[in-house]
Design a protein around this ligand. Sequence first.
Ligand code: PGA
Length: 247
Amino acid sequence: MRRKLAAGNWKMNGITASLSEVSGLMAAHPEPGCEVLLCPPATLVTAMAALTKGKIAVGGQDCHAEPSGAHTGDIAAVMLKDAGASHVIVGHSERRADHAETSDMVRAKAMAARAAGLVAVICLGESDAQRDAGETLDVIGQQLFASTPDGATGTNTVIAYEPIWAIGTGRTPTLAQIAEVHDFIRSELMGRFGAEGGLMRVLYGGSVKPSNAAEIFATSNVDGALVGGASLKATDFGAIISALSAA
Ligand code: PGA
């Protein structure tokens, strides 16, 4: 059985005062029926982890592939772990685009996360042009293969399918399109990792909101969501947590 996971990605949003949203979320959902993860900016990891005390898991949004060294501005996985994180997002499409991260680099980051004892949330997604050209499954298959390290398990790895064109746009794929990609990812994972591939959670991400969460969570091989904008407000993210708990 795969435990459902509602993950929030705050991106470059949030200051200390924003932690009141987390307090509100915990008050409204003291016993969520799914695992809940929030990935704030690195500056808030320590304070958020102190606040949630493990009731909500806390993650970073990126890590460097090396454990230490001369990399100004970067953060090592072991530092996130030390600050109270249990997870780290790697390979988000905004990192792939803004920082020219390749799948090889993403795989190295996922390995660094594992070495530090963090769960890697590995993101994949096709562009608008790639979908229009009928290349979606090819692109996802290549990204999945190259970004996921050997030895990945249901415990140390989560996959997030996030079509680039659906992120922050309010546009979502049809449920059939989501099912097609999630079923494909599941079969690729099982082909490569055997039974462990059946245990890895595969999240959908891209314009998930309270109004579409339930139908997305009822879709084949969707084990939860990676939520951007709607994770910033306790009421919206709480509604998504409720939908996932009921799925
Ligand atoms: P969105 O972002 O929910 O704001 O579309 C999702 C993501 O990028 O993880």
